[in-house]
Design a protein around this ligand. Structure first.
Ligand code: AMP
Length: 489
């Protein structure tokens, strides 16, 4: 593995328009995956990146991609208006939308144009944008194949192919579409592939799609690297909703994602929370694309404080300022636990992950603890509410790191506190975060956690709230630099 040690985006070799956009985003220092992947990607090398959402991987591939498109003149004949030069494949429409928004922000000082292609909505607008001409396509494989089969997309001019969350794309059965799509792209291309895990099928796919890639990995102990405080509540299923409601009343819960195992569970729970006065919405596979987007927008804007989600629907959600993740049900796969809690503690902010485990979920808990190499500490029952505390259930004795012999099964000590405590004022618990309690953005949490750059003191600076301007389909707002930015370097 190649080793690099870099302190600033300037030293990575990015061109001026990109550096300007990064500065507007408030990024100061590259995250480990960015420091490792950007220099070889700028040189035109293929990159195989081992990194999950929350590590800054979107910028790790989007920045060099935009830089190369603006600075390396194309030698391919351009057909029609503008033939696409870069293709980014993503497993879900939510992730595709987020990648496109990030790419749009990073390309704001260029003339590059892009579009987002995904299923579940009419293809009309997507076809219209393709016809008008785009440089970058961000797409989910299914809809892209569809449009290719109808003759709307020609990938013959693609110079850069990105596969984001490759492991998830394989899990979702996209292996054949990916192979078919790649077969339509000229072999003389650059390929960047990112994956949270590297199981044998991913390694095999990488061998067939990438040429002599630079491998960039960040430390696999993601959960420890992220500044996330994790805790566990052993609680019977019927009491979970009650406990959750009480925990959501804590004023510290400014923005929370609650994970359920099923679509049905997500829907029912969000309805119950709404009945209890919590501004909650659900996103899951039974909701339409528009409903999901509206729910996500409301959550992002702070109009909805709690998002109840299934794993698939929440995949890749990039919302800043998520203070809490609640695992209402433990996930069936331990990897999903890591993905879930990665929704909080993003971009440097400290996060809190609370897991509920009932008797039937003990084996799932064990699998999670084996996977993360960490024992989840018993969490404190909420204070300051009048709601009835749920009856605690014990873990099997050997599962407890430090059992609390003083805790009675019938009446936990916290109960007295609950009764005495006042309910949290509605506005504090449910309202949008106030200026005072809004957390100041801190450096990216994974800085220094990496095997590539590993400089423990290095932390990127704060990131300003990004102005999201809808989807990546607009023209650049400023003129492109007259001379090649690379030449200016
Ligand atoms: P990603 O892993 O691409 O989903 O990025 C996770 C979050 O980190 C996003 O909110 C990014 O805007 C933010 N981010 C990416 N790179 C940096 C950086 N160098 N410094 C601070 N925040 C960053």
């Amino acid at each position: 593995m190649e080793t690099v040690s870099l302190q600033s985006f300037e030293s990575l070799g990015l061109s001026k328009p990109i550096l300007k956009a990064i500065a507007s985003e408030g990024y100061d220092t590259p995250t480990p995956i960015q420091a490792g992947a950007i220099p070889p990607a700028l040189e035109g090398r293929d990159v195989l990146g081992g990194a999950q959402t929350g590590t800054g991987k979107t910028a790790a591939f989007a920045l060099p991609l935009i830089d190369r498109l603006t600075s390396v003149p194309t030698d391919r004949p351009r057909r029609g208006t503008v033939a696409p030069r870069a293709l980014i494949l993503s497993p879900t429409r939510e992730l595709a939308t987020q990648i496109a928004e990030s790419a749009q922000a990073y390309a704001r000082h260029t003339k590059l144009r892009g579009c987002t292609i995904y299923g579940g909505v009419s293809q009309h607008n997507q076809v219209k944008k393709l016809r008008a001409g785009v440089d970058i396509i961000v797409a989910t494989p299914g809809r892209l194949m569809d449009l290719m089969n109808q003759g709307y997309v020609d990938l013959g001019c693609i110079e850069i192919l990105v596969l984001d969350e490759a492991d998830r794309m394989l899990d979702m059965g996209f292996i054949n579409p990916i192979r078919k799509i790649a077969a339509q792209i000229p072999e003389e291309r650059q390929t960047l592939m990112f994956s949270a895990t590297m199981p044998p099928p991913i390694a095999k796919l990488a061998r067939t799609l990438l040429r002599d890639p630079v491998r960039v990995d960040i430390a696999p102990s993601e959960t420890r690297a992220l500044r996330i405080e994790q805790s566990l509540h052993m609680v019977d299923q019927p009491q979970k909703a009650d406990l959750l409601e009480r925990m959501l009343q804590e004023p510290s819960v400014e923005r929370a994602i609650v994970f359920t195992r099923t679509k049905h569970g997500a829907e029912n729970l969000s309805k119950r929370l709404v009945r209890g006065g919590v501004f909650a919405e659900s996103i899951h596979g039974d909701r339409s694309q528009n409903q999901r987007r509206r729910a996500l927008d409301a959550f992002r804007a702070g109009r909805t404080r709690v998002l109840v989600a299934t794993d698939v629907a929440a995949r890749g959600i990039d919302v800043d300022g998520v203070t809490h993740v609640f695992n209402f049900h433990l996930p069936n796969e331990p990897e999903a636990y890591v993905h879930r809690i990665g929704r909080t503690g993003r971009a440097g902010a400290a996060g809190i992950a609370v897991s509920f485990c009932d008797r039937g979920e003990r084996s799932l808990l064990k699998a999670i603890e084996r996977h993360t190499g960490q024992k989840l500490a018993p969490g404190k029952a909420p204070t300051g509410t009048t709601a009835r505390p749920s009856a605690p259930i014990e873990r099997e004795p050997q599962e407890f790191a430090e059992p609390k012999p003083t805790q009675s099964r019938r009446k936990p000590p916290a109960q007295a506190k609950h009764r005495a405590g006042k309910p949290a004022p509605e506005q504090a618990a449910f309202g949008a975060p106030t200026r005072a309690n809004k957390k100041k953005k801190s450096p990216h949490p994974l800085q220094g956690a990496d095997r590539v750059t590993s400089k423990p003191g290095d932390r990127p600076a704060t990131k300003k709230k990004r102005r999201r301007k809808g989807t990546f389909n607009t023209r650049g707002t400023a003129a492109a630099p007259k001379s090649s930015p690379r030449a200016a370097r």
